[in-house]
Design a binder for this molecule. Structure first.
Ligand code: PGA
Length: 253
């Protein structure tokens, strides 16, 4: 059965005390999570080990790095490797977020290397893709996202691709309060699945979780997640508010 994921992307937010309080609130809330439903918390690097300790014993909960480097180790001041994340028990890593692409110059080719590193060290990459507003307005979003998938992911084997989670995040919907409609999300998610099916076959494509990201909130999560090809969400702003994120976890169908 395809995995469903409510993923929190805290980005560069919260002090240590605030992070601890938010984790406590989220973890103490009762949930109805089934074995195929997961909560993934992409917290800032300094809090990862702390968050990892907090979730211990919570079977459906995982932590994630928000990035990793293209190499395992060496003289790369300021970088963090997939090997390091793996060595402290982190299960996931968000790669290719549009903010990384835009502010830190991450290209599709570089992301292929990062995904490869994550897979080498047994981390599940949450690979982000999505088009800017200009592309959406020109109506060429399908080709744009297809190109991102092809250039970063199609070098991987059938076995490897099944270990990847994809997050579709239209850039015009990130942090803007302007969510894609459930129909727009479904249309792109179905397209992503058909692109994956074209390369790896339908059976493989049907098992790859595709999350939606971009202004997901407690109030709209249920409608978005109810779409057949939407397998949960990658949530920024609303993941910093306990009540909102708990509602988002509950919206997993
Ligand atoms: P948002 O961010 O939920 O604040 O729009 C989503 C993301 O950037 O992953």
């Amino acid at each position: 059965m395809r995995q469903q994921i409510a993923a929190a992307n805290w980005k560069m937010n919260l002090t240590f005390d605030q992070a601890g309080n938010l984790l406590d609130e989220i973890l103490k809330a009762p949930n109805q999570l089934q074995p195929h439903q997961k909560v993934v918390l992409a917290v800032p690097f300094p809090y990862l080990q702390f968050a990892q300790n907090k979730i211990s014993g919570k079977v459906n909960f995982f932590t994630a790095g928000q990035n990793c480097y293209t190499k395992s180790r060496g003289a790369f001041t300021g970088e963090t490797s997939a090997e390091m994340l793996h060595s402290i028990g982190i299960g996931y890593v968000v790669l290719g977020h549009s903010e990384r692409r835009e502010y830190f110059g991450e290209s599709n080719a570089m992301l292929e290397e990062k995904v490869s590193m994550a897979l080498t060290y047994g981390l599940t990459p949450v690979f982000c893709c999505g088009e800017p507003l200009s592309v959406r307005e020109a109506g060429t979003q399908n080709a744009y996202v297809e190109q991102q998938l092809k250039e970063s992911l199609f070098g991987f084997s059938e076995e490897q691709i099944q270990k990847i989670v994809i997050a579709y995040e239209p850039i015009w919907a990130i942090g803007t309060g302007k969510t894609a409609t459930a129909a727009q999300a479904q249309e792109m998610h179905a397209h992503i699945r058909s692109v994956l099916a074209g390369q790896y076959g339908k059976a493989v494509a049907d098992e790859i979780p595709v999350l939606y990201g971009g202004s997901v909130k407690g109030s709209n999560a249920k409608e978005i997640f109810s779409q057949p090809d939407v397998d949960g969400g990658l949530v920024g702003g609303a993941s910093l508010i306990a009540a909102d994120f708990i509602q988002i976890i509950d919206a997993l169908k």
